[in-house]
Design a binder for this molecule. Structure first.
Ligand code: PMP
Length: 404
């Protein structure tokens, strides 16, 4: 049963006021709010359990290790991976992509080899590859999009060459909301023997992601966008691939034996987890994923889809409204510009009405270039948003319009 007033009571921050007005939080694409069960679990662990994991024989350390490893199992089940060996804890999506860019390029790419990305990527799925291009001479190829904000898959097919080594692609665009057909992209890539890395920052919070159904080779997402704490994220990788990749960072936890002559590395997934992990945050993330599972990812998806459709309809009714991203399959994000009102002005004035939206290039400048704009206003929905909040946004936009 999807009861919004019960759900909102789990997020006390949603009841606060800003500038003396009720907060309308529509910046979930940037980060989500945290339910009490996450905050309580983290506070409780600091208060009653805290000890470093994987190291101590003592009671607290074993208890903390159990919580941390139980969190890994919760993540495995949440994304339907085959094994916890495939679940690497990171700092977030950005670190997951950097890890693969670094280790994959080091072990499996030669100068002149190619990585395919798309025109709608977040900077975190562009810049790590550019760093590798500068360091190792790899080349970047880009899948274009159509005017609705959908990938041109025929053009993708034409990008494959014998030097293609990897596709790295967003599951859902943080600007357009486009849900990319990952299973189909994976099928086509695999027919060329090319693995696929999926940036799941904007998909994992919104609908069920199933590693075995998608059959992607790597998948990464952020805890803080998934109702969990900041500072923790997940990198999924098929065991056969992770086994072939060298460590990303060196240090404690990731070794088996160390001598000055030779060091051997720990088994998966620890080979990729140098240093003390944020074990309080992994526990918090597990509680967040449990919370999502209790609500039901299908229910969350249905609710957010209704909000997105409703918001799109309402905005289209405003004269001079330009929407960005009208893909057939889109999710939880509405990007727009009204007449010639600058996105920053719109965002600032909405803020004064208590409405939190994001403005600017959304860390996707190449996409802005494609859209021929310097930025957009973006409302992004979460599981706790309401139709009344969409109404408040629309009314706010109409008020801003009268000021110009
Ligand atoms: N990819 C996409 C599609 C995103 O929306 C974001 C965050 N805006 C990121 C990657 C980066 O996530 P993080 O900053 O949590 O690493």
């Amino acid at each position: 049963m999807y009861n919004l007033s019960f759900i909102r009571a789990d997020f006390p921050i949603l009841s606060r006021q800003v500038y003396g007005r009720p907060l309308v939080y529509l910046d979930n694409g940037a980060t989500t709010q945290k339910p009490l069960c996450v905050l309580d679990a983290m506070r409780d662990e600091y208060l009653n359990v805290n000890a470093n994991v994987h190291r101590g024989v003592h009671y607290l350390s074993q208890q903390a290790t159990d919580l941390h490893e139980a969190a890994r199992e919760t993540v495995r089940a949440f994304i339907n991976a085959r094994s916890t060996n495939e679940i690497v804890f990171t700092r977030g999506t950005t670190e997951g992509i950097n890890l693969i860019a670094s280790s994959f390029c080091e072990a499996l790419m030669q100068p002149g080899d190619e990585v395919i990305v798309s025109e709608m990527e977040h900077h975190s799925n562009i810049v790590p590859w550019q760093l590798q291009a500068a360091r190792r001479g790899i080349a970047l190829k880009v899948i274009p999009i159509n005017d609705r904000g959908e990938l041109l898959l025929e053009e993708m097919d034409a990008l494959f060459t014998p030097r293609t080594r990897l596709i790295s692609i967003a599951h859902v665009s943080n600007v357009l909301g486009t849900v990319n057909p990952i299973a189909e992209i994976v099928r086509r890539a695999h027919s060329h023997g090319v693995p696929v890395l999926v940036d799941g920052a904007q998909s994992a919070p919104h609908f069920q992601v199933d590693m075995q159904a998608l059959d992607c080779d790597f998948f990464t997402f952020s805890g803080h966008k998934t109702y969990g704490p900041t500072g923790v994220g997940v990198l999924y990788g098929k065991e056969e691939w992770l086994d072939r990749l060298p460590p990303y960072q060196g240090g404690g936890e990731m070794i088996e034996t160390v001598a000055f002559e030779k060091t051997t590395f720990a088994a998966l997934p620890f080979k990729f987890e140098a240093g003390t992990p944020d074990y309080i945050a992994t526990h918090g993330l597990a509680k967040a994923l449990d919370y999502l599972t209790r609500l039901g990812m299908n229910n969350i998806e249905r609710h957010e889809q209704e909000l997105t459709n409703y918001c799109t309809q309402q905005l289209k009714a405003i004269d001079g409204m330009r929407l960005f991203g009208e893909a057939e399959h889109k999710d939880a994000v509405v990007s727009f510009l009204l007449r010639d009102i600058h996105h920053l002005d719109m965002g600032t004035l909405l803020d004064r009405l208590g409405i939190a939206v994001r403005t600017g290039h959304h860390c996707a400048q190449p996409l802005m270039t494609r859209l021929k704009v310097s930025g957009t206003v973006r409302a992004s929905f979460g599981l706790y948003n309401t139709r009344e909040e969409v109404d408040a946004l629309v009314e706010g936009i109409r008020r801003v319009e009268t000021m110009f």
